[in-house]
Structure formats: structure tokens, C-alpha cells
Design a binder for this molecule. Structure first.
Ligand code: GLN
Length: 538
């Protein structure tokens, strides 16, 4: 039977519960099958329709699920593919409740939060554990203890512990240990109070991770242990670090695996040798490049989390620190600045995915500059579509080339070089209806893409409604653009490149979603490699 580790958060949000959960998973996953589950309190079915400014990046899974960005951490730390089912939301839970009620599953009964809703939550945990033959199910509860919207999850995990016993279910509480400037010492009171909130809900944590600027000293550990009813060894320091990939190493030094082993009666020594070497490279690399990320949400870095991580992974393998410059392309289209000015000290350019009209003329201008000045360029999804628009306008002389995504009652695109996918034409509902998830990409031989991937077929993840208009492909190709990756059966262009340019590539897919520290995604790796060369040349 699976063992369950439940991670809750206290005191305040933004402590990095997702990273902590992923790190615990990393420490146990060397010999055990760890399955992460994230419980979100909101009533959306999934985060797919939320604004990235509010919710951060929407992470897309191979099975097509749009899930919380914590799944990015889970996949990057555990090195596995996760599933849509593993992201519980109150939206999904209540959908099941209402369906059950309509088919008569609760005939004669009043449907209540307890037991009907908590039962659905527990059944989901158990069925995932069974289906996946999990050794460890790692349950992260969203939000902070005390938030109303997560109460039902807390009640469900309390019941789980009661039913399965303490040797099968343990609770880890992540809290904050501040050091106010006037006292200059670490304070345990917020932790005590937040553990009390958990106790009121019938949950007694076995492990407390205290987020702090410096390692928790013995006195504070003893104090937390005494007031919160945990062993002193089970009070773990979660200190601020320069790279999140260091966290499993720190937890390991603090003895977290041994505590887990003891409580759950398991044994799974972590294997962190390669990981440690890569972390060392992230922390003290010999080289440096600067890459500009040119988009519309650049104020909120969380909306580009996977891109940032993919660059960290590649940098670690190339002994290079990748510095980022955030370029808000709306500033270019309103004339506040120019691409020449903004890209003067840049070694590479990424135009990330996006939606809608705002900022796209600025992106097109940045792409032109990168193409003409031979700056390494990677266009992701919308970034590729706009690279094709730019090429159509400025190289193929197709005046009025654009994407039909900008069309509305007033605007009509004359030359739709990017148009809606046939499969999307009749779609009116919004949630989970894009072309989503993993697809095979056939790679054309004798291309840069083939040199990079060294394979005829790769698998990548997609999230889009528009595509390169197949009608324009012959003209674009005649003018030098190469579509080096395409759908094996349908006529969908999935990867493009420009011969004669050191690195000018665009993907209809999102390669950032599959990059891992130990196995960086090849396009990102080559972008950084080419950025290093560009820097040497200039
Ligand atoms: N808006 C574009 C489309 O729907 C690109 C999407 C994206 O960048 N993820 O096709």
C-alpha cells in the first residue's frame, strides 16, 4: 500500500511550497515511485482560462491537461511525466459531486461537505495511488492554513490519517521564521500559531520546515519542537538559496530523508551526485550570456517560469550563467524605445508564447532585428507564428501579412499567413479546448533541427488555436524559410528554421515544458550555445 506525505503551508503565501514538495519528492524518488498530487481551492476546473498575471504560468502536460505551475516543479525535480488527474481543484471535485447527485448516487441523502465532498477527495487520492501503483503519494495542499477555500482538503487529509494510521500518513508543515530587524533574532511565534491552526483542524505535523534567511539555530529548533510537539530533528531549515535546485541538497543535509524513513517505515537513500554537480555549475559558472525575453507579461516572471528554468538547465550544462533581460514589447510598438537600443548588449532573443493583439507589433519588430543582425533567436508558439509573419512581410514582400488572431469586427487580415487550425474553427467553448498536450513531431533530415535532435521523431507539448497557414508554406519555403518539423500525418508546421542564420528557430510547441536539470531541452541548449558564440564574435 502507498504511504502518504501531506504538505501544508502556514503564516504566509509565497514560501515556495511547490518547490519544497518537489524537493521532498526528489529525495525519496531514487528507489520509490513518488506520485505528486496538488489540491487547489478555486472553483475553476483548471487554471487554463486564468490570466497568467493572476495565476502564473499554465503548465501543460503530455496528456493535454492544463495544470498548476507547481506541476512544472514536480516534473523538473522528479524527472517524470505527471497527469491531469493529479491536479485536484474544487471545480473538479464539485463537478463530480453534482454529477453523482444527478445520477442518483446519493438518493435519499442530503449532500454535505462532510462526508460527501471529503469522500470524493479521499477517493481521488486512493484511486490515483492504486492506478499508479505509487509507493509514495505526495499531496500538496494549496494556500495557507486558515484559508477558507482549502478547509475541505484539510479535513479530507485529516480523515485520511485517521483511517490509514500515522505510519502511513505524515504531515509536513512549511512555515516562516522571521528575523525582525529590531530583535535580530529568529522568532518562532508565527510558526507556533500556524501549527495551532492545524491542530484545531485535528492535524499534528511530524515535520516542520521553517523558511528563514539563515539556518535555524538549535535554540529556535528546540523551541519550535517543544511548542509544536515535534522531535527536534524534525525541525528543518529551509533557508533562502540562490537556486531552487539546491533545496533537495539542503533538506538532505538537514536529515529530512531519515525522518521520513523513520516515520513511514521506508528506506530510500537519495542519489544526488549528478544533481549536486549541476547545482554547483548553476551557482558558480565560468561564463555568462544575456538573453532577452520579449513579451507582454514581463512584469510577472511567474508567467514564464518554465522558460526561465529551461535556460537554467542549459546554462548548468554549458557552465554559463544566463542572465535575463525582460523586454516589454508594448514599449517598442508605442515608440518608447527601439529594438536596436534594447538589444544592443544581448546575446540571444526569445519571443515566448502569448495570446491576443497587444504587444505583437513590438515582437515582430524584435524578430526582424534578431534576424537581420544574426542574433540567436528562439520563437515559442506565438513567437514562431510572428516570426513567420515577419518573414512574410519583410522577405517575401507579402504586405498585410498577419495572424487572423488579431481579427475582430473592424479588422480583417488581408494575407492570413497564420490562421485558425481547421480543428478549432467550430470551437466556441473556452476551457480545455485548444490543441493541447503531447504530439509527435517529424523532423526533416539535413536540417539544423535534425543536427540538434539527431532523431526523425520527437515528442513535444502544444497549446494553441492558430497555425502557419498551409497555403502560404510553398511561398515561404521558396523564399528560404525551412519547416524542419511537422506533424507526421496532418499538414501542421511545428518547427521552423532559417538557413544562413546561425540560429533562428521557431517552434509551434513549447519545448520549455519538457526541459529538466539533468536533461536540458536541446533547442534551449543550442540557443545558449549559440549565444555564447555570438558573444565571442561581437
Ligand atoms: N495565440 C497563439 C495560438 O493560439 C499562440 C499560442 C501560444 O503561444 N501558446 O495559436
Amino acid at each position: 500500500m502507498a504511504k502518504f506525505i501531506v504538505v501544508t503551508g502556514g503564516v504566509l503565501s509565497g514560501l515556495g511550497k511547490g518547490i519544497s514538495t518537489a524537493s521532498i519528492g526528489k529525495l525519496l524518488s531514487a528507489n520509490l515511485k513518488v506520485v505528486p498530487i496538488k489540491c487547489d481551492g478555486y472553483l475553476n476546473t483548471d487554471p487554463g482560462t486564468m490570466n497568467p498575471i493572476e495565476h502564473g504560468e499554465v503548465f501543460v502536460l503530455d496528456d493535454g491537461g492544463e495544470v498548476d505551475m507547481d506541476f512544472g516543479h514536480y516534473e523538473r525535480f522528479l524527472g517524470t511525466n505527471t497527469k491531469f488527474e493529479w491536479n485536484l481543484t474544487m471545480g473538479k471535485v464539485f463537478q463530480e459531486i453534482l454529477e453523482n447527485e444527478r445520477i442518483g448516487k446519493y438518493l435519499g441523502k442530503t449532500v454535505q461537505y462532510i462526508p460527501q465532498v471529503t469522500d470524493v477527495i479521499k477517493q481521488r487520492f486512493m484511486s490515483i495511488a492504486r492506478k499508479e501503483a505509487a509507493d509514495i503519494v505526495l499531496i500538496e495542499i494549496g494556500g495557507t492554513v486558515g484559508d477558507m477555500e482549502n478547509e475541505l482538503y484539510l479535513e479530507a487529509v485529516r480523515q485520511l490519517g485517521q483511517e490509514l494510521g500515522r505510519e502511513n500518513v505524515i504531515y509536513v508543515h512549511l512555515t516562516y521564521v522571521p528575523k525582525p530587524s529590531n530583535t535580530k533574532e529568529q522568532k518562532s511565534k508565527p510558526t507556533q500559531q500556524s501549527v495551532k491552526l492545524l491542530n484545531e483542524r485535528g492535524i499534528w505535523p511530524s515535520v516542520i520546515i521553517g523558511r528563514a534567511d539563515k539556518t535555524l539555530n538549535t535554540t529556535i529548533k528546540e523551541k519550535i519542537a517543544m511548542f509544536c510537539n515535534v522531535e527536534k530533528e524534525a525541525v528543518i531549515s529551509g533557508v533562502d538559496v540562490s537556486t531552487v535546485y539546491e533545496i533537495p541538497l539542503l533538506y538532505n543535509q538537514e536529515g529530512l530523508p531519515a525522518i521520513m524513513h523513520k516515520h513511514l517505515g521506508i528506506y530510500s537513500p537519495p542519489s544526488l551526485l549528478d544533481w549536486e554537480k549541476l547545482v554547483h555549475k548553476i551557482k558558480s559558472p565560468d561564463k555568462k550570456v544575456t538573453i532577452a525575453i520579449c513579451g507582454k507579461y514581463t512584469a510577472l516572471m511567474d508567467s514564464y517560469a518554465s522558460i526561465i528554468e529551461a535556460l537554467v538547465h542549459s546554462g548548468a550544462h554549458l557552465n554559463t550563467r544566463v542572465e535575463l533581460k525582460w523586454l516589454e514589447t508594448t514599449r517598442i510598438e508605442t515608440g518608447k524605445t527601439t529594438s536596436a537600443k534594447e538589444l544592443s548588449n544581448i546575446d540571444g532573443v526569445i519571443v515566448p508564447g502569448g495570446f491576443g493583439t497587444r504587444g505583437i507589433e513590438g515582437k515582430i519588430e524584435v524578430i526582424r532585428y534578431a534576424r537581420e543582425n544574426k542574433i540567436p533567436f528562439l520563437g515559442l508558439c506565438y513567437g514562431m507564428q510572428l516570426a513567420v509573419v515577419e518573414y512574410a512581410r519583410n522577405v517575401c514582400s507579402i504586405k498585410g501579412a498577419n495572424t487572423t488572431e488579431i481579427e475582430n469586427g473592424k479588422i480583417k487580415v488581408k494575407e492570413p499567413v497564420v490562421c485558425i487550425l481547421p480543428s478549432q474553427q467550430k470551437v466556441t467553448r473556452k476551457g480545455g479546448t485548444m490543441r493541447l498536450g503531447g504530439q509527435d513531431v517529424a523532423i526533416k533530415p539535413n536540417t539544423q533541427a535534425f543536427d540538434i535532435y539527431k532523431k526523425r521523431s520527437i515528442r513535444q507539448r502544444f497549446r494553441h488555436r492558430y497555425e502557419i497557414n498551409p497555403k502560404y508554406v510553398p511561398k515561404l519555403e521558396k523564399n528560404g524559410l525551412v519547416f524542419s518539423g511537422y506533424h507526421p500525418k496532418e499538414k501542421i508546421m511545428q518547427l521552423m528554421e532559417l538557413p544562413g542564420h546561425p540560429f533562428f528557430m521557431g517552434t509551434q510547441f513549447h519545448p520549455e515544458l519538457i526541459s529538466k536539470l539533468e536533461t536540458p531541452e536541446p533547442l534551449f541548449y543550442n540557443l545558449v550555445k549559440q549565444a555564447l558564440k555570438f558573444k565571442e564574435r561581437s
